[in-house]
Every structure is written in structure tokens, then in C-alpha cells.
Design a protein around this ligand. Structure first.
Ligand code: NAD
Length: 300
């Protein structure tokens, strides 16, 4: 693939687009936010004025947008990608969105004879900048075969999760586990504090015992035990509470719509929602521990 239309070049899309440019790909970029667009134009992308213009005469279109309604609009809306894209162009949406919208957008693309992948990512802004993202990919085997080399220029681990929508399904399930486990670890530290057990001591024991998990050993929510965790830099993100609240809501909606029993997802979704409503949406999601222990929040 030599030319790509990149739509949505914000915190994640910007560095992903820059990695494609570094790999020698010609880019047509669109974003309604001038500062975001200017940054990738400065790095060598061609500036275009609408999603349709980014979709014309390219080998692939990559989108990295806030949520499902943006994806529906950018692909299927008036002046959207599907109405303008050249035959044979591969479509890749890397936004985190609901499974239904991903499957419906792929179905619309197929009606026009186009292949589409849903390819949400894990790894955050740091992973986007370093080109080490994990892509969880839904779509046909043939579309995956075509898209994998392009995704490799932006990520390190590319996994085919199955048919259309399965990339989003994997992302939502993974983040549901993460969101719940962060609450569980935070409650463990909150109880330890009340019982007079030092946080470092709990960490030393629990990180080698059955309470061990990523939220404990890699992203520990209390300052001290894991020097690289956001707790040691005033809970600056990382992964914001707003993003976690969004993903937990997606997981809860998917559970309800598909009859999955997920009571802890409901509770955790309410807690992240509360954290955001208390004005902390821009802090890292691990700051949930401050809410659970009644501590004050650092300035954002
Ligand atoms: P962001 O808000 O920084 O970027 C989104 C960009 O989309 C913005 O620049 C915005 O102007 C642009 N946009 C909005 N409407 C548009 C439209 N109609 N046409 C074109 N561009 C439009 O968000 P982000 O952090 O880059 O996240 C993007 C996606 O990646 C989200 O779905 C998010 O859930 C997911 N994600 C983010 C992270 C993270 O750590 N930031 C990690 C994993 C996944």
C-alpha cells in the first residue's frame, strides 16, 4: 500500500499517521480540529477538506474517531467515505466503538463491494507514538491479509479476532476486565489502609499471590510500589477516566443487548461515571482509588 486517507488525527490518530509517513506512505489527512490537522500536515501529510476527499484515489482509508456516531457519519453520512471511495480501497476503522455500529458499517461497505476491518487498539498515546500498539482486528481473512502489513507500520501485535465486529468485541471485553480489576485492586488498598496494613506490604504479598493482576503489578493505583504507574505522577494519564467510562458503558450496553450476566461491569461503570461527574474525567482512570479512599484529587 502506498497511499492512505487518514481521518481523525487527534491524540492517537496523529502519531499513528506520523508513523505511516515515516514508513514512506503518502497520506491525505482530514480532521475538523485545525491544530490536530496542522501537526500531521507539518509532518508531511496532504491536507484535505472533507472525509470524502481523503477517501478518493487511495489504497486504504484509516479512521481514528471519538465514538460510534462519528464513525457512522464519516462513513455513511452525506459527503462520507462510502459515497466517494474508489473501488478496491480497504477501509480500516481503529476507533473504539460499539460492536453493532462496527458490523452495520462493514455491512454497508460490503453492499458497495468494499472490504472493511474494525481494528481498535490498545497501548495508548505512548504506544501510538512508539508504533507498538496492539491491534484487535475483525473482518474477513482476505481483508485481514491485505490490512496486516499496514497495521504493522503502526503497531507491534496484530491479532485477527474473527469476522466483522470481533475486533471491537475483543476491545470491549478486555477493557471491561481492566475496569473491574482496577476497582477491585483499589478496594483492596482502601481496606488495607483501614486495617493498618502498609500499601507496599500489601503489594509485596499480593503481587506474588492470587490477587496478582495487571492493575496491581503494572499499573498499581497507589503511589510507591510501581514507579511507572500514573499514581506516581499525580494521576496524569495514561488512560483517562473519561475513556474508561466510555468503554465500560460500551461493555454494559453490549452485555445488556446480548444477555450476558455482568453485574460487576454495571457497578464499575457507575463508579467511573461518578468519577467523571465529580470533575476528574481528565485524570487517569486509576484515580478511582482516591474516590474510594476519600482522598483529595490532584490538579489536572
Ligand atoms: P481525540 O479526541 O484526541 O481524537 C479524535 C479526533 O477525531 C479529533 O482530532 C477530532 O477532531 C476528530 N474528529 C471528530 N469528528 C470528526 C469527523 N467527523 N471527521 C474527522 N475527524 C473527526 O481522541 P483519541 O484519544 O485520539 O481517541 C480516538 C479513539 O481511540 C477513541 O475511539 C478512543 O476510545 C480510542 N482509544 C484511545 C486511547 C487513548 O489512550 N487516547 C487508547 C485506546 C483507544
Amino acid at each position: 500500500m502506498k497511499t492512505v486517507g487518514f481521518i481523525g488525527v487527534g491524540n492517537m490518530g496523529g502519531p499513528m499517521a506520523r508513523n505511516l509517513l515515516k514508513a514512506g506512505i503518502k497520506l491525505k489527512a482530514f480532521d475538523p480540529a485545525e491544530s490536530a490537522l496542522a501537526a500531521v500536515v507539518k509532518a508531511g501529510a496532504e491536507r484535505v477538506g472533507a472525509p470524502a476527499d481523503a477517501a478518493k484515489g487511495v489504497d486504504a482509508v484509516v479512521t481514528m474517531l471519538p465514538a460510534g456516531p462519528h464513525v457512522s457519519d464519516v462513513y455513511g453520512g452525506k459527503g462520507g467515505v462510502l459515497a466517494a471511495v474508489s473501488p478496491g480501497t480497504l477501509l480500516i476503522d481503529s476507533s473504539t466503538i460499539d460492536v453493532e455500529t462496527a458490523r452495520a458499517t462493514t455491512a454497508k461497505a460490503r453492499e458497495r463491494g468494499l472490504e472493511m476491518l474494525d481494528a481498535p487498539v490498545s497501548g495508548g498515546v505512548g504506544g501510538a507514538e512508539a508504533g507498538t500498539l496492539t491491534f484487535m482486528v475483525g473482518g474477513s481473512a482476505e481483508a485481514f491479509r491485505r490490512g496486516e502489513p499496514l497495521l504493522q507500520k503502526m503497531g507491534k501485535t496484530i491479532i485477527h479476532a474473527g469476522g466483522p465486529g470481533n475486533g471491537q468485541a475483543a476491545k470491549i471485553c478486555n477493557n471491561m476486565i481492566l475496569g473491574i480489576s482496577m476497582v477491585a485492586v483499589s478496594e483492596g488498598f482502601a481496606l488495607a489502609e483501614r486495617l493498618g496494613l502498609d500499601a507496599q506490604t500489601l503489594f509485596n504479598i499480593s503481587s506474588k499471590s492470587s490477587g496478582q493482576c495487571w492493575s496491581m503489578t503494572t499499573y498499581c493505583p497507589v503511589p510507591g510500589p510501581v514507579p511507572t504507574s500514573p499514581a506516581n505522577r499525580g494521576y496524569q494519564p495514561g488512560f483517562t477516566a473519561a475513556m474508561m467510562a466510555k468503554d465500560m458503558k460500551l461493555a454494559l450496553q453490549a452485555s445488556q443487548a446480548n444477555g450476558a450476566t455482568a453485574p460487576l461491569c454495571g457497578v464499575a461503570a457507575s463508579l467511573y461515571d461518578l468519577l467523571c461527574k465529580s470533575g476528574q474525567s481528565g485524570l487517569d482512570f486509576s484515580s478511582i482509588v482516591l474516590m474510594l479512599t476519600g482522598k483529595s484529587f490532584p490538579k489536572q
